[in-house]
Design a protein around this ligand. Structure first.
Ligand code: M6R
Length: 631
């Protein structure tokens, strides 16, 4: 959730522009305040402000405020905070200092035993200036140094007393040529350049400088230092400090700096909605064999037998990824006849589920690959003996590393906090997976081929959908946003239900208005009570065998004076021409199982334009973080 950055170099310069630019590149993950500490001229200097680094850290102004020495300095750390313990305020913003002002700490994660530690430190005479969990850390290090430990041992001993999750970076006047890192549960890595090392909680912070990085695993620390004019690093574990580990560097190939720019679009979210046709094409690329009618998922190749013999599939995910897995579940059940159980990760990890681990396989779905609940669910599932697979977007992320095998979603870099293109990329993987499982269970090559050919048509149908619906949707969103709608619900049946749930989630995230979703058939069982002239129902109902039934329910909404928007195909639209409803027309598909891929697009746009009409920040909606790395 929080973003951390640290730079150490052997070339003295003003590092503020670099650290601020890296902090800006982490802004999309969420922030409410931000701070920097530098070691300049033997002194620890700090600046902390409420707001986003883009807005509150003009490099020139900060350089003046910190009275940066003319020759520059070698070491700096920075932080974007997403408040968990205590309100957003200057005092609660990181870096946090010890009593003596010699140690500066930035932290990503949560410390669960901070209250006990704080009490103990207060009795030892330490004074706290914030309400954060993090502030115990510099004081503990200070205490241990007083007791005779080196900065490194004090830091690592402190880390081993912490419960919870942390990615930590510290600097200290006691050892001004050293940047220390430790990781447990929260992501932490460092980019490697010839004369500089850049630590960060995400590769996005380092991409402007290098595409080569080393990722720390849980329990590992890194000691980055400048000695005899050159930078070097050592990696060890908290438990075995002097036994150094050799780690391979990873090269980022799935993202580039251009992905981090909006191009001609006014927002990342709009760009990402429009990127979906090309992302879908990329996700499919090289992953099927048209001749044999098979989906070819290379990442799962070592587990062919396990998948062939699986009697049940369990998915774990959160938010949008969970919604994608519900569509995926419906597809796998319909095409391959394998029962699927979709679990929300934050529930799964604490649940006792009586499933046979021998013939049930688990798929974890995650855009970031960092979501704490999903990651912990994978760990828990492994402990129980399940084979675990991932559908993950970020290459080399924690979940991608933790699962036994997996398939990358290949959505590229998603910056908008509200997930859009990662959702349709996850769906693309699920279609391929469903075909693969179905072919292993008796689906003919001809049927497999037919489905694959239909999937190949989807990118152009997606483009048509966006082109044909965007203006209508914008007009509807602006009109309804002015109307003071009291309640909005997204309804559908069967495979359209999870699309309604996803549409409601997008709408809530962006508009800050309460939105609901339920299967259309449930209307009479309670929800109809909320329908009146101030209630808007968005009904997803392409022309299928249940159309007449759905139309009947729609009339019940109209009879209670509710407003209705229907997302349907050309045939459905003709059929509803007499009805007093607004219509969004999507292309007609022969295979109704494919509708989710196109019907979500106008609904993403609806949430987007409604939020724009309300004046909300569509890329960084309030209170949200891009990666939820804490429970
Ligand atoms: O990175 P993940 O896919 O694991 O994230 C899961 C959810 O936190 C995420 O989908 C969240 O619901 C998004 N803000 C949805 O737009």
């Amino acid at each position: 959730m929080c973003g951390i950055v640290g730079i150490i170099t052997n070339e003295k310069r003003n590092l503020l522009p670099e650290i601020i630019s890296s902090l800006k590149n982490l802004e999309y993950r969420g922030y409410d305040s931000t701070g920097i500490a530098i070691l300049d001229d033997g002194q620890l200097k700090r600046v902390r402000r409420i707001g986003a680094p883009s807005d509150v850290f003009p490099p020139k102004e900060i350089t003046e405020e910190l009275r940066v020495s003319e020759e520059g300095f070698l070491i700096a750390i920075g932080h974007n905070r997403w408040a968990t313990h205590g309100k957003p305020s200057k005092e609660n913003a990181h870096p946090h200092f010890d009593c003596g002002g010699n140690i500066a700490v930035v932290h990503n994660g949560t410390i669960l035993n901070h209250e006990d530690l704080r009490k103990e430190l207060i009795t030892l005479g330490h004074t706290f200036l914030s309400t954060t969990d993090t502030e115990v850390i510099p004081h503990m290090i200070e205490q241990k140094i007083k007791e005779g430990l080196s900065i490194k041992d004090a830091f690592l001993d402190t880390a081993s007393s912490l419960e919870g999750s942390f990615g930590l970076a510290i600097i200290s006047t006691d050892d001004p040529n050293r940047l220390l890192l430790v990781k447990h549960g929260s992501p932490l890595l460092f980019g490697v350049l010839k004369n500089t090392l850049i630590a960060a909680s995400s590769t996005n912070a380092i991409l402007a400088y290098t595409n080569t990085f080393i990722s720390l695993s849980d329990g590992e620390y890194a000691d980055l230092s400048v000695e005899e004019g050159s930078v070097s690093y050592k990696i060890g574990t908290i438990l075995d400090r002097e036994e150094f580990i050799k780690k391979e560097a990873t090269i980022i190939t799935d993202r580039s700096l251009e992905d981090m720019s909006k191009g001609d679009y006014e927002s990342f979210m709009k760009k990402e909605i429009h990127e979906q046709p090309s992302v879908f094409r990329t996700t499919l690329l090289g992953r099927f064999n048209e001749e044999t009618g098979d989906a070819v998922l290379g990442g799962l190749i070592d587990y062919e037998d396990v998948l062939r013999n699986a009697k049940q599939i369990l998915t774990v995910a959160c938010g949008t990824a969970h919604n994608a897995s519900m569509v995926g579940g419906a597809l796998i059940e319909a095409l391959a006849g394998v029962p699927v159980r979709n679990e929300i990760a934050s529930e799964f990890r604490y649940k006792k589920i009586p499933l046979n681990t021998a013939d049930t396989v688990l798929f974890a779905i995650s855009q970031s690959g960092e979501t704490a609940d999903t990651l912990e669910s994978v760990k828990e599932a492994k402990r129980k003996g399940f084979k675990t697979f991932g559908i993950v977007n970020v290459v080399g992320s924690a979940i991608a590393e933790e699962v036994d095998a997996g398939v990358y979603a290949r959505a590229g870099f998603e910056i908008g906090v509200a997930s859009t293109k990662a959702f349709t990329a996850q769906l693309a993987v699920f279609y391929l997976l469903a075909i693969k499982l179905a072919r292993e269970r008796g689906m003919t090559a001809q049927k497999g081929r037919g489905l694959l050919l239909e999937l190949e048509e989807i990118p152009s149908l997606m483009s048509t959908t966006i082109e044909n619906t965007e203006d209508v949707v914008r007009e509807l969103a602006l009109r309804y946003a002015k109307q003071n709608i009291r309640t909005i619900n997204f309804l559908g049946r069967g495979i359209h239900v999870p699309i309604g749930i996803e549409a409601a989630l997008k709408f809530k995230e962006l508009t800050y208005l309460e939105a609901g979703s339920y299967p259309l058939g449930e209307l009479k069982h309670g929800p109809i009570a909320v329908i009146d002239k101030d209630a808007l129902s968005v009904v997803i109902m392409p022309h299928d065998e249940l159309f007449a039934l759905n139309k009947n329910l729609l009339e019940q909404i109209l009879s209670k004076n509710g407003s209705v928007i229907v997302a349907t195909d050309e045939v459905g639209a003709k059929n509803l021409s007499e009805q007093d409803v607004d219509i969004i027309i999507i292309p007609t598909l022969k295979n109704t199982l494919l509708y989710p891929l196109i019907e979500i697009l106008p609904l993403q746009l609806f949430a987007y334009y409604y939020a724009i009409a309300l004046g909300n920040n569509v890329d960084k909606p309030r209170n949200l973080a891009k990666s939820v790395t804490v429970e």
